[in-house]
Design a protein around this ligand. Structure first.
Ligand SMILES: [Zn+2]
Length: 478
């Protein structure tokens, strides 16, 4: 028999054998036997047939075991396998260990606990008994661990109305725990003061500029190491101080970690979790209005794609009543303008140079390569590289993310030639997208409506009727 045939058979045999070995590894993996799957996969990392899949299984098995340090070092070793962003996500999961700048391997991520109440367990029958305070730190025991807020001096949770504590629990735990959806407390009498959950980005800065000057601006600060740095925000707060003589109240908290107990990335549990610090402060500061900088894109448009009558939506009816029970008016002071309108307001203000929504920027500058830079910084004339991988990926997505705004951003930056596949959506002039949608003003409480209308008209013009906004229906299936 000629030699080449022997080689052919040998190759064929070893590829079949390799497939059988891989099948066994996959079976163990699919049964959740991470350690055993990994043990066999380790034998395969140099096998020409199985090297990629076995390495991927090793990374994923460590991921499933929450061994973030291992995930990070292997994702660094085999970057070609990290298509799911395991490294970045593991760094976030690993938050507390990386505060020192080092990865500690094989320790599961640990969230801090109170000193005196560490033994207290979750009480599912008396939900409000899960609140504690140690010095200025307020603790919430939840079924998966502890969450805290660092409150101002003299704050006392005992003087906080139960309906406020109940509302905070709903904003944080609602997606994961049905018990928090039922109201058991008495209604809180309405407070007086006006506040805004202020993030320092363009939307909430526009909201701050439209609201009365006495509005309390309060920033939720992620209290742990993550990919987000707060540098740009703190520079902006300094400018508020210098130019407008207003200080921003900052409340550090780790509540964005709650979602990570449910296989979700760090972030807000619900739209209103971003205001949990203000809800907690409501009695301390006699707050009666809590505002969020939510533009048309997320109110009158559904996912930025399709018009809906937001005033009749379940979301608005539910949450505005829910806040009212806690003596709070839920205010959406930029629901009548788009993200584009918000940008134009910021652009005309003395804060413009210091407002930058890019989360990866440094020294007050954007990175120029992320999606935020594309649709927030680019339209302000700041440098953007539309060929960056992230921007290209977003532009190719179907449906386009925050579609109406993204189309406008393409048009103002004259990037049409880069997105020929979007040509049918770019035929009409989209300048109406920057104008005021008057019906939105009705959602704002009477107390604030006139001043917000007057202030908005200093920056933007009214949208003509019939409103083009109401005909938006992008990327609808044929
Ligand atoms: Zn950026």
């Amino acid at each position: 028999m000629p030699g080449y045939l022997n080689i052919g058979w040998a190759k064929r045999f070893s590829s079949i054998a390799a497939k059988i070995r891989l099948l066994r590894i996959r079976r163990l993996y699919n049964k959740g036997k991470w350690e055993a799957a990994r043990k066999y996969a380790l034998n395969e990392i140099n096998c020409p047939f199985n090297n990629q899949l076995s390495r991927s299984i090793i990374i994923r098995s460590y991921w499933n075991e929450s061994k973030w340090g291992r995930v990070i070092s292997l994702a660094e070793k085999w970057p070609e396998l990290d298509t799911n962003g395991y490294k970045v996500r593991a760094i976030e999961k690993n938050a507390f260990k990386t505060a020192t700048g080092k990865y500690l391997e094989d320790l599961t991520s640990r969230e801090p606990e109170p000193v005196s109440f560490a033994q207290s367990s979750w009480n599912e029958t008396d939900l409000l008994s899960n609140w504690y305070q140690e010095d200025t730190r307020v603790w919430l025991r939840h079924p998966w661990g502890w969450t805290y807020w660092d409150m101002p001096e003299n704050y006392d949770i005992k003087h906080t109305h139960p309906s406020l504590l109940e509302l905070v629990m709903e904003t944080l735990l609602r997606p994961f725990l049905s018990q928090v959806k039922s109201i058991k407390t008495e209604k809180r009498p309405d407070g007086k003061e006006i506040s805004l959950s202020y993030s320092g980005g363009a939307d909430s800065s526009a909201a701050a500029l439209l609201m009365p000057e006495e509005t309390l601006l309060a920033y939720h600060e992620r209290s742990f190491y993550s990919m987000i740095n707060h540098e740009n925000q703190h520079q902006l707060f300094q400018v508020w101080n210098d130019i407008k003589k207003r200080s921003i109240l900052t409340v550090p908290s780790n509540h964005e970690l709650i979602r990570t107990h449910h296989q979700k990335p760090i972030g807000f549990s619900t739209d209103y979790a971003a205001g949990s610090h203000l809800i907690l402060l409501a009695d301390h500061l006699d707050i009666g209005h809590i505002a969020f900088g939510t533009p048309i894109d997320n109110t009158w448009l559904n996912k930025g794609l399709e018009y809906r009558d937001f005033s009749l939506s379940n979301h608005w009816i539910y949450w505005s009543n829910r806040f009212a029970h806690a003596g709070l008016k839920l205010e959406l002071p930029i629901n009548h303008i788009s993200e584009a309108g918000a940008l134009r307001i910021c652009e005309q203000s003395s804060l413009n140079e210091s407002i930058n929504s890019c989360l990866r920027g440094k020294n007050g500058q954007g990175c120029g390569r992320c999606w935020k830079c594309f649709h927030k910084n680019g339209p302000l004339g700041r440098p953007v590289d539309p060929t960056s991988r992230e921007i290209q990926t977003f532009l190719m997505k179907r449906p386009l993310r925050s579609a109406q705004h993204a189309l406008w951003a393409i048009q103002v930056q004259e990037f049409e030639h880069l997105v020929e596949h979007l040509a049918p959506y770019l035929k009409e002039d989209l300048s109406w997208w920057v104008q005021i949608y008057e019906p939105g003003l009705k959602l704002i409480s009477e107390q604030l409506r006139e001043i917000i209308k007057t202030n908005t008209m200093k920056y933007l013009s009214m949208m003509d009727q019939p409103y083009l906004l109401e005909s938006v229906n992008l990327f609808a299936p044929d």
